[in-house]
Write a protein that binds this ligand. Structure first.
Ligand code: HEC
Length: 203
């Protein structure tokens, strides 16, 4: 009985809490960010604007948007993918390794005139020798060795690097091509890192 009485104030608070977490919470979060974020260098206030995919994922987070909506959004993202003009998917793996290691580019303190890095190691294991890597994404060690180098595999991997949200709608992986983080040559270079038999990924 005593326990129940002690719980009463907690129980009374529940409806209030759920009201705060109601449909309005996106607007509240946005207002909080609008009032605390500042435009700084290349990081303008437009970074708070969500595109259609991000808005859809936010709406259902931490769950997934319903199948039909998700399929439509992924199809739109897939339509944004551009393939290399010369039909050649592979560049230079040594440059690719430098791009995969480089984490600067889009922050307020970075020089917008300089090319951005891919920061792949922040989320993936790639080279067998590198011991500092994140595990948000799967290991890409031995990627080319395991997957082969068919035209289909090259095209699929290019597409995933270009816009992972064409495959996993609410993926955490940056959309390197469709968001202009890496240019065509840089994507070719990280592709070579993944597929070249001499690259540290496949050795
Ligand atoms: C912020 C974390 C993050 C960064 C940075 C990142 N990725 Fe990913 N990546 C992921 C996640 C998470 C997945 C799993 C796919 C998903 O989201 O469902 C993934 C999947 C992949 C896959 C598919 C793996 C498979 O088994 O088919 C490839 C290829 C890939 N990433 C390449 C890259 C490359 C190249 C870079 C750098 C240019 C990079 N990623 C940067 C998070 C990241």
């Amino acid at each position: 009985m005593r326990i129940l009485i002690r719980l009463m104030p907690l129980l009374a608070a529940v409806p209030l809490l759920s009201a705060a977490a109601g449909p309005d919470r996106n607007a509240q979060a946005r207002a909080a960010m609008q009032s605390s974020f500042k435009a700084h260098g290349q990081a303008g206030m437009e970074r708070l604007d969500q595109d259609a995919t991000q808005a859809l994922c936010s709406r259902y987070a931490p769950g997934m948007p319903p199948g039909e909506d998700a399929a439509r959004a992924m199809a739109a993202n897939r339509a944004s993918i551009r393939y290399p003009a010369d039909g050649n998917f592979l560049g230079d793996w040594k440059r690719g390794e430098a791009i995969a290691q480089e984490g600067t580019g889009k922050q307020y303190s970075d020089d917008p005139g300089k090319p951005s890095g891919g920061n792949c190691y922040a989320c993936h294991r790639l080279s067998g020798d590198e011991v500092a890597y994140g595990t948000i994404g799967p290991s890409l060690y031995q990627f080319g060795k395991n997957r082969g180098r068919s035209e289909e595999m090259l095209k699929l991997t290019w597409s995933m690097i270009y816009d992972m949200k064409a495959f996993t709608l609410c993926s955490a992986m940056p959309r390197f091509g469709s968001r202009g983080i890496l240019d065509e040559q840089q994507i070719k270079d990280v592709m070579a890192l993944l597929f070249d038999p001499d690259s540290p990924v496949n050795r």
